[in-house]
Design a protein around this ligand. Structure first.
Ligand code: NAG
Ligand code: NAG
Ligand code: NAG
Length: 437
């Protein structure tokens, strides 16, 4: 029964991709409407690591645009502790050393632990590094592999997750992602949903950090700010948008010429990834507007033939929920992305999977350009894969479909994540993990 349903969904999906047929619903699956419960504070995934002042919520973030720097972040709960990271090619040979900085913040009556950020620089490409922190109290050791040097035919496998949260389903989503093993996560916003708790209970930022550590300490997640990162609560006297998020999740925005951590870019293998901020100003003359205009000129398609754009709020959305919320940004930026021939525009927010067909067409067969996908941590998946080969040569890009101003779309409600990889400059493989129906 389950298997049959899954095959049906798979077949429908493949047909939709290859034939780029009429718009329609490609799956009969409907996710449950009721919200799933957050895992309780004493859940195993939230466990505080043993040892006095042990580093927790460890995660890594790309530290530059070319994969030769990594930001290591962690929290020490009891006292400041040591911000040094020791690292090297083997766990018992951590001969390199970097000094970090720390920060803290208050949120209403919550005071954060000591949040450390330490940048490891001059790393070699495609190299496994072990790293440790917590010296003087409890030392913990992790590892990561640096991305390959950017280039047109460099394979790399991206995971795509959004709206993860910390429900029981979030845990299943993360487990499925781990089992299927991407190299980095494009995270399209909404991390902890701490703001759903009374007083925006920032302890839920801590539990989320501990929950995500099992992946985010070992491979970079490319962060996008969603509405649940705003934590704007004047009723609590909290009027600085993104306060918890900005303290906890740095991005390499300066390396990308950006003045704020919420919009920036990275280059990973054959992809130039631009992260946009749905909840920061993007009108004409604003810093984000000016940055994106300059950034699109910096994209070098000879080095990174794939141009991928992330944002939280989708520009097209067939779901009633959040209808038209992305519209003003679409009006501002869509033409630029069409002209820049962006290959993929990925968004979160609606907790459903939507994709449009190619939104700009030439005389050649259009390849479907997934426009808006939303992972959600709210629904369990059963892995299955569909692989698609797209000819990059046709100028498919995001943008309104010629003639109608509104791209046709296909809808597949709620996938929790999918993978894509660019094995060469002209082939895109999409692997979709299908839902248990
Ligand atoms: C913050 O205030 C809430 C509501 O008054 C209370 O339940 C909670 O214990 C307080 N937390 C701290 C750390 O004081
Ligand atoms: C931090 O730990 C490193 C590595 O063990 C050590 O060399 C350094 O002296 C420590 N710093 C402080 C301030 O204790
Ligand atoms: C979360 O998933 C992991 C890995 O599958 C499992 O070991 C753990 O028990 C799960 N925890 C909860 C609270 O669901």
């Amino acid at each position: 029964m389950l298997g049959g349903r899954r095959c049906l969904g798979l077949a429908a999906f493949v047909a939709a991709l290859f034939l780029v047929a009429d718009a329609g619903v490609t799956s009969r699956y409907r996710r449950k409407l009721e919200a799933t419960a957050d895992m309780p504070l004493d859940a195993d995934v939230f466990r505080v690591p043993p040892g006095y002042n042990a580093p927790q919520q460890v995660h890594i973030t790309l530290g530059d645009q070319d994969g030769t720097a990594m930001i290591v972040s962690w929290v020490t709960p009891n006292e400041l502790g040591n911000s040094t990271v020791m690292y090297g090619g083997a766990p018992d040979k951590l001969e390199l050393r970097a000094e970090g900085v720390h920060t803290r913040y208050d949120y209403f009556n919550y005071t954060s632990g000591f949040i450390h950020h330490c940048v490891l620089r001059n790393l070699k490409h495609s190299t496994k590094y072990y790293y440790a922190m917590g010296f003087g109290h409890t030392v913990r050791t992790f590892w990561f592999t640096t991305p390959p040097k950017p280039g047109p035919d460099v394979p790399y496998k991206f995971g795509l997750i959004g709206d993860l949260g910390q429900t029981f389903d979030s845990n299943i989503t993360l487990s499925h992602y781990e089992q299927n093993g991407g190299d980095a996560v494009l995270y399209v916003g909404d991390l902890s949903y701490a703001d759903n708790h009374p007083l925006h209970d920032n302890n839920r930022w801590d539990t989320w950090g501990r929950f995500a550590e099992r992946s985010a300490a070992y491979q970079p997640w490319i962060w996008t700010a969603g509405n649940h990162e705003l934590d704007f609560a004047p009723e609590l006297g909290e009027t600085t948008p993104f306060k918890p998020f900005a303290h906890r999740y740095p991005t390499p925005h300066r390396a990308a010429g950006s003045t704020e951590p919420f919009w920036y870019s990275v280059r990973l293998a054959s992809a130039h990834v631009i992260v946009l901020a749905s909840y920061s100003a993007y009108g004409k003359y604003t810093p984000q507007w000016a940055w994106l205009q300059a950034e699109l000129r910096r994209v070098d398609r000879k080095v990174t033939p794939w141009l991928v754009v992330l944002m939280h709020s989708p520009w097209y959305n067939s779901n009633g929920y959040h209808y038209m919320e992305g519209e003003t940004m679409r009006v501002q930026f869509e033409r630029w992305l069409v002209d820049a021939r962006a290959d993929l525009v990925l968004a979160g927010h609606v907790h459903a999977y939507d994709r449009s067909r190619a939104t700009r067409r030439s005389g050649r067969p259009a390849s479907a350009t997934p426009r808006s996908t939303s992972g959600t941590g709210r629904t369990p998946t059963t892995p299955g894969t569909a692989t698609r080969t797209a000819q990059r040569s046709s100028p498919t890009a995001s943008g309104s479909q010629t003639g109608t101003g509104c791209p046709r779309r296909t809808t597949t409600p709620t996938r929790d994540f999918f993978f894509f990889s660019f094995p060469t400059a002209t082939i895109l493989h999409l692997s979709l993990l299908l839902l248990r129906g």
